[in-house]
Design a protein around this ligand. Sequence first.
Ligand SMILES: [Zn+2]
Length: 102
Amino acid sequence: MFHDSLIKKSGQMWKIYTMFLGILVITVSLIFWLTYKQLNLFEAYFLLISLFLGSLCMLFGIFYIRCPYCGIHLPQYFIKNESYNLWLSTLLNCSKCPICKK
Ligand SMILES: [Zn+2]
């Protein structure tokens, strides 16, 4: 899976996994929040901390995945230039940087 990906070749897959972990934590936290609407103080703090850490992980992936040659932020480029449902698959499958073509 993603054998020819620029991100995998440049050793940045751990950043993708961190981003997915953040999305998973946010999703589970929101499901928890919607399921148990009356939270005690500990649960509310746990929920807020989970949402904060999940957001940090997701933003880390978006802001720190870069082209190893020219330094462009690849997720931001694909979010701007691809449709909303294709940017992630395009990011994971791109074999060359769209700017420097390396
Ligand atoms: Zn580049």
